[in-house]
Design a protein around this ligand. Structure first.
Ligand code: HEC
Ligand code: HEC
Length: 237
C-alpha cells in the first residue's frame, strides 16, 4: 500500500511529445553539445543516487537527487523540453523527501521513466553507459554476487532510461535465479532467514513480465528491485 502510494507520487504525468532535435550533421552544434554535457551529468547523478540506495547510503542518494531537483535549466535548453524537465525535477524533489530506501527507490524508478520518456519522444538513441558483455556468473562470493547483480541493475536501468527492451529483459533474466550462498556472502546465521526471503523476492521479480509500452509499470518494478537490494543489505549489516 505504502509502496503503491509512493510509486504513484513518483509516477510522471504523461507529457506531450516535443519537437525533434535538429539533425546531427557533423558540424559543431552548440545546442547538441550542451545537451550531451548536461546529459552526462544527469546520468552520473541519477545512477549514483541509484547505487547509493542499493548500498544503504540514503543521505548521499538524497544529495544527488537534490542536485537534479534544484539545478537550473542549462543555457539554450529548448522550451519544448519543459514538461519533461519539470517532471524530472518534481520526482527528484519527492525522492529528496522520501523517508526510507523503499520511497527513494520508487522515485529513482520514476526518474528513469522520465528520462526514457523524453528520449523516446525526441527519438534519440541515447548512449547510456553501463556494464557491457554477457551477464557475469555468480560464483557465490561477494564479488560474484556484486558483479552479476550490478550487471542486472545496469541493464534494467538502460532498459528504462534509453529505453531498450532487450536490455530490460536481460536484466530480468540475470536476477531470475539468484545464488545467495550464505557462507560465501558472509551472512550471519541470525540473518539467514531474512536473506533467503529477499533472495526469493528478487528472483520472483525477475519473472514479472511488464510490456515495453507499460513504462510506468517497468519504473515501478525497477523501484522494487532496487528496494529489495537495499533491504537485504540492511538486513546483513
Ligand atoms: C528533456 C528531455 C530529456 C530528459 C528529461 C532526459 N534526457 Fe537524456 N538526452 C536527451 C537528448 C535530446 C539526448 C541526445 C543528445 C545528443 O546526442 O544529441 C540525450 C542523451 C542522453 C545521454 C547520452 C549523452 C551522450 O553523451 O551521448 C545520456 C547518458 C542521457 N541522455 C541520460 C539521461 C538521464 C539519466 C536522464 C534522466 C535523469 C535523462 N537523460 C533525461 C533528452 C533528455
Ligand atoms: C538476498 C540478499 C541480497 C540481495 C537481495 C542483494 N544482495 Fe547484494 N549483498 C548481499 C550480501 C550478504 C553482501 C555482502 C555483505 C555486504 O556487503 O553487506 C552483498 C554485497 C553486495 C555488493 C558489494 C558491496 C561491497 O561493499 O563491496 C554489491 C555491489 C551488491 N551487493 C549489489 C547488489 C544489487 C545491485 C542487488 C539487487 C539487484 C543486491 N545486491 C541484492 C546480499 C544481497
Amino acid at each position: 500500500m505504502l509502496a503503491l502510494a509512493l510509486a504513484l507520487a513518483c509516477a510522471p504525468k504523461s507529457s506531450t511529445p516535443s519537437a525533434p532535435l535538429p539533425e546531427d550533421d557533423g558540424s559543431v552544434n552548440w545546442e547538441r553539445e550542451m545537451m550531451q554535457l548536461h546529459m552526462s551529468e544527469h546520468f552520473t547523478r541519477a545512477a549514483q543516487a541509484r547505487d547509493h540506495v542499493i548500498a544503504g547510503r540514503l543521505d548521499e542518494a538524497r544529495a544527488e537527487l537534490s542536485w537534479l531537483a534544484e539545478h537550473d535549466a542549462f543555457p539554450g535548453e529548448p522550451a519544448t523540453y519543459g514538461s519533461f524537465m519539470t517532471d524530472m525535477r518534481t520526482i527528484a524533489e519527492t525522492g529528496v523527501a522520501a523517508r526510507d530506501a523503499e520511497g527513494l527507490a520508487a522515485c529513482i524508478g520514476g526518474l528513469g521513466n522520465t528520462c526514457g520518456g523524453c528520449h523516446q519522444s525526441l527519438n534519440v538513441a541515447a548512449r547510456i553507459p553501463g556494464s557491457t558483455g554477457p551477464a557475469p556468473d555468480n560464483n557465490g562470493g561477494v564479488h560474484g554476487h556484486a558483479a552479476r547483480h550490478g550487471w542486472a541493475v545496469d541493464h534494467l536501468w538502460i532498459g528504462l532510461v534509453k529505453p531498450d527492451d532487450a536490455a530490460w529483459q536481460g536484466g530480468l533474466d540475470a536476477i531470475r535465479a539468484p545464488v545467495f550462498d550464505m557462507e560465501g556472502l558472509g551472512v550471519p546465521e541470525e540473518a539467514a532467514g531474512t536473506v533467503a526471503a529477499y533472495g526469493m523476492i528478487l528472483s520472483n521479480m525477475g519473472q514479472e513480465q511488464v510490456g515495453s509500452a507499460d513504462t510506468g509499470g517497468r519504473a515501478e518494478l525497477f523501484g522494487r528491485v532496487v528496494s529489495s537490494c537495499a533491504g537485504c543489505h540492511a538486513a546483513v549489516r
